[in-house]
Design a binder for this molecule. Structure first.
Ligand code: ZN
Length: 373
């Protein structure tokens, strides 16, 4: 292709005082024709530009629009165009420049789209690295409890959270007007007062007893509900694990030994336990169990209210009336049961000060337990 080098050769022809030129106006006319011809030629070229790769498109930009490009050269020559034709020529050069810019940009875009569509990269895939979540502290502790009792031969039993009065209260020796029901006030369905959210996982024990003959050895973890105002120390739902063991010749000694082993597995081999008499409608005798405070080692601190002991669970021998209500012969079989709040155990292990944090799902809180997974 012929290259116009207006700046080097032709310019002097059109300088008003060019010593070689006697007929400036005629020379100027030729020059204008030449420059317009050149513009039209370039317009034709630009319209038909093609590029298969980004490099080719960039080469075209350099050829036409860079500092030493052909269109830039035309623009440099523009200052030599006589004033009366500057407007016409200027418009044409601008038109050419805009055409070239648009065309080359369109080529670049097309090449890029084609490359993206044709490449093996799947843009819908999840970006890496995927941030890994952590187990919820309540799940960590629940699994640990299941594991300890699993090693003692207890199997897992689960039941519904939406229950009926029989399985939550009546079959477990709660008389209709017994004040123990008030202590476990829960949520009732107004149109069907018999349908309730279970207030303890003992309902699962009732379901196991009514469908299985001894020996029974189960633990029942799950969520339970109470009609409580939500605060740092109470919530309308929390989690329990209950255990039930029914067989011939089961004694309170067995219960105590199992709970001691559990406490030492959970809180360390130096942990001591103590049992205090208590009352539950479904066990007789009943006890509450304390462990030596694992924060101060029994010396006394603000967590254990300077007693050196912390309550962790309730337990007792299954009341014969409960066995009979669930179809088990109380003259042949005996059993023990225990139940604990998973939040309580988790607090003892990790000292979470506010119960509400367990259900807020704040990832900053959950990440604190990364190492415990
Ligand atoms: Zn303490």
């Amino acid at each position: 292709m012929q290259k116009y080098a207006f700046n080097s050769i032709y310019t002097h022809f059109f300088t008003r005082n060019c010593y070689l030129c006697s007929e400036i106006s005629n020379k100027s006319k030729n020059y204008i024709e030449m420059i317009i011809e050149k513009i039209q030629e370039l317009m034709g070229e630009v319209t038909n530009l093609q590029a298969k790769t980004a490099e080719e498109a960039e080469a075209l930009r350099i050829k036409y629009l860079s500092k030493k490009g052909e269109i830039t050269a035309l623009m440099n020559d523009f200052r030599n165009v006589p004033a009366e034709q500057k407007k016409e020529v200027g418009m044409k050069i601008n038109q050419l420049k805009n055409m070239a810019q648009e065309k080359i940009n369109a080529l670049k875009e097309a090449v890029q789209t084609e490359q993206t569509a044709g490449s093996a990269v799947d843009l819908t895939r999840t970006p890496y690295p995927i941030p890994l979540g952590t187990r919820h502290p309540l799940t960590i502790v629940k699994n640990e409890i299941i594991d300890i009792f699993g090693r003692l031969g207890f199997t897992l039993a689960e039941g519904p959270e939406v229950e009926d009065d029989w399985h939550v209260y009546s079959s477990l020796n709660f008389a209709d007007d017994h004040p123990a029901r008030d202590m476990q006030d829960t949520f009732f369905v107004e149109s069907h007062p018999d349908i309730i959210l279970r207030s303890h996982t003992s309902s699962v024990q009732a379901r196991v007893m009514e469908s299985t003959q001894p020996p029974i050895r189960v633990i029942c973890p799950g969520r339970v509900y109470r009609n409580e105002a939500i605060s740092a120390r109470a919530h309308c739902f929390f989690h329990q694990v209950e255990g039930l063991y029914i067989d011939k010749d089961v004694s309170f000694t067995d219960l105590k030994q199992v709970l001691l082993l559990f406490a030492q597995e959970m809180f360390g081999p130096d942990t001591k336990i103590r049992l205090r008499p208590s009352f539950f409608p479904f066990t007789e005798p009943s006890a509450e169990m304390d462990i030596s405070c694992n924060i101060c080692g029994g010396e006394g601190c603000s967590f254990c209210k300077h007693t050196g002991w912390v309550e962790i669970l309730g337990c007792g021998m299954v009341d014969p009336a409960v066995l009979e209500a669930n179809g088990i012969d109380s003259k042949i079989y005996k059993g023990y049961a225990f139940g604990m709040g998973i939040e309580r155990i988790t607090n003892l292990k990790y000292q979470v000060k506010d119960l509400r944090m367990f259900s807020e799902n704040d990832v900053r809180f959950l990440r604190e337990f990364e190492a415990a997974n």
